[in-house]
Design a protein around this ligand. Sequence first.
Ligand code: CA2
Length: 154
Amino acid sequence: MVKPIFVLNGPNLNLLGVREPSIYGAETLADVRRRTESRARTLGLGVDFRQSNSEGELVNWIQEAREGACGIILNAGAYTHTSVAILDALNAAERPVIELHLSNVFRREAFRHHSYVSPAAQGVICGFGGKGYELAIEAMADIVADKPVKAAKG
Ligand code: CA2
């Protein structure tokens, strides 16, 4: 039995669809979860979809992924731009990582242009709203099936 993909969501993402729809869209996190699970199902994969506002809980889940997951898709929210603890946990997890953001962080404030997650990630998806979660599942499906991912570098 293939282990699930952990899809981990960081702080304030529980507010999706409830506040600031002009930036993050009208979909709720429950909507995003449904579309993520649905795309995974069509590819024969399982998903363990979680959200926490706590940095420590995210670190614990990343540690859990070492034994319990085939890969990690991570929208670390604002911790993306601040958390060395999350970077260290990702490096220790020895699982493929995809970094994910709903918004195009490079069109936003300069402080969102730096990510502590990126050095541990095989790739980054941003700017496609909830659709990005489906794209990340597709990319992770290829990675766990050991299909080569064409990349210019890395
Ligand atoms: O674009 C993304 O997915 C982000 O990870 C979202 C984070 C932000 O700090 C990152 O720079 C980019 C913020 C998540 C907060 O989500 C909210 C949703 C609705 C209302 C308020 C916050």
